[in-house]
Design a protein around this ligand. Structure first.
Ligand code: AHR
Length: 343
């Protein structure tokens, strides 16, 4: 099918910014990307530290997207508000850096380790080392595929498969009357990461309902704007008649929009665009009609994390999975909430 015309105002779920167990806001403590080298409290088997000051070691994926910046800010602000000492380490999208940071936290005997794993696999050894040292671990944002779930206390974050399904459902509805093939290109997130794997599988699960919806090209854009632009350029060269772009995050979608415009096409009209995240830049593009549909992925995980840290140290029972609540936005819905969007 060439050139989609009906862009219905599909009934999206307006974003619900509800956070369970929030423990208050605060200002940025400027935790920075400093190496993790300062001394910390004695390790405990999930017990509150004797001197009352909780030391939290947090290993972040990197700074690849607007989502990640908002997530890092949320962690830093919430740690400060909770009165914790935060040791924040930026892994620059490399698993080896995260493993080093985790080992450094263990060596420093922090009270709790939290991290957002860049990829799903390869964590068992270092998680076992943390367990042996009696340091509880909390996963945020992304999951690991470890079979032994006793290696971590909980996983706080979005349901990425559901995000992919939401993107797919909107598309199926828009093209329900299509009589010809609809050509879709997909910009995947970082290879091997939970959001890339799950957003792809959730989307495919739904679009297979309609055999006319065909993914003609799918490649990683590593969740960055620059890579999104570069890969979209090659998609446009290989497939001059693309109908739909599904990008696993806003940043890749925004990079792709630059490539689409440079090719003389109109994003949101000549090519229908679906992204995930709903950060301010993505919402702005949606309000301008350049992105047609955004599935929200909430980065403000700091309050839930600090609550979980307190609960673990207090020896309370904690849910093994804490799912973030989120919604979706059509262009019209993005326009309506843009002015109040915080990140
Ligand atoms: O893990 C969450 C994903 O990571 C976000 O959707 C993406 O923008 C980020 O880089």
């Amino acid at each position: 099918m060439k050139r989609f015309t009906k862009i219905g105002a599909a009934a999206g779920i307006v974003a619900v910014m509800l956070f369970t167990a929030a423990c208050g806001g605060g200002t940025n403590n400027g935790g920075g990307n400093s190496p993790v080298d300062a001394p910390a409290n004695n390790a405990s088997s999930g017990e509150a530290p004797a001197d009352g000051k909780v030391v939290l070691g947090f290993s972040q994926v990197g700074a690849e997207s607007g989502w990640r910046t908002a997530n890092s800010d949320s962690i830093k602000e919430s740690a400060k508000a909770a009165g914790f000492e935060l040791k924040f380490s930026d892994a620059q999208q490399k698993q080896e850096n995260q493993i080093k940071a985790l080992r450094s936290f263990i060596q420093q005997k922090v009270d709790v380790i939290a991290f957002s794993p860049v990829v799903e696999s390869g964590w068992d050894t270092v998680l076992q080392e943390a367990k042996d040292a009696g340091i509880p671990v909390i996963l945020t944002d992304r999951a690991v595929d470890s079979k032994d779930t006793s290696l971590y206390k909980t996983f706080i974050g979005s349901d990425f498969v559901e995000e992919g399904r939401r993107a797919g459902k909107w598309l199926v509805e828009q093209f329900k009357d299509a009589a010809e093939p609809v050509k879709i290109v997909e910009l995947q997130g970082t290879t091997g990461s939970a959001p890339a794997i799950d957003r792809k599988s959730g989307f495919e699960e739904i679009i297979k309902e309609n055999p006319n919806l065909q993914i003609v090209a799918s490649q990683t854009g590593d969740f960055t704007r620059a890579k999104g632009k570069e890969v979209m350029q090659s998609f446009l060269q290989a497939h001059p008649d693309i109908d739909v772009l599904y990008a696993h995050n806003d940043d890749m979608g925004l990079g792709a929009i630059q490539a689409i415009e440079a090719a003389g096409l109109v994003p949101g009209k000549d090519i229908i665009i679906i992204t995930v995240d709903a950060v301010k830049d993505g919402m702005t593009a949606a309000a301008e009609g350049k992105i047609n549909f955004i599935v929200e992925c909430n980065p403000l995980l700091g309050p839930q994390l600090m609550q979980a840290v307190n609960d673990v140290l207090a020896g309370k029972e904690i849910e093994s999975r804490i799912v973030t609540e989120e919604g979706t936005f059509t262009s019209e819905e993005a326009k309506a909430v843009l002015a109040d969007r915080k990140y």
